[in-house]
Design a protein around this ligand. Structure first.
Ligand code: FES
Length: 87
């Protein structure tokens, strides 16, 4: 599990093992627009302000993944205990 801080919304949520960030955000009323839900389309792209994503998508290039400043919320997770997102 890890923590996600939704900075714009001013909310913090725990993401359980087996739960997506999208699902966790939905529990605190933050709706993320999704389409494929498989890390393919890029619809759920979000800016990462702090923390290190664990990229599980096939949308971002390897260089983009290495920059750690964007994340696909439908499938990717966190390597750091906390992610701060611009949402
Ligand atoms: Fe398609 Fe997340 S909904 S990449």
């Amino acid at each position: 599990a890890f923590e996600v801080v939704a900075k714009k919304s001013g909310k913090t949520v725990q993401v359980a093992d087996g739960q997506s960030i999208v699902d966790a955000l939905a529990t605190v009323g933050i709706k993320v627009t999704v389409s494929c839900e498989q890390g393919v389309c890029g619809t759920c792209l979000c800016t990462v302000l702090e923390g290190e994503p664990d990229h599980r998508d096939v949308f971002l290039t390897d260089d983009e993944k290495a920059d750690n400043d964007q994340i696909l919320l439908c499938c990717s997770r966190a390597r750091s205990p906390k992610l701060v997102l611009d949402i």
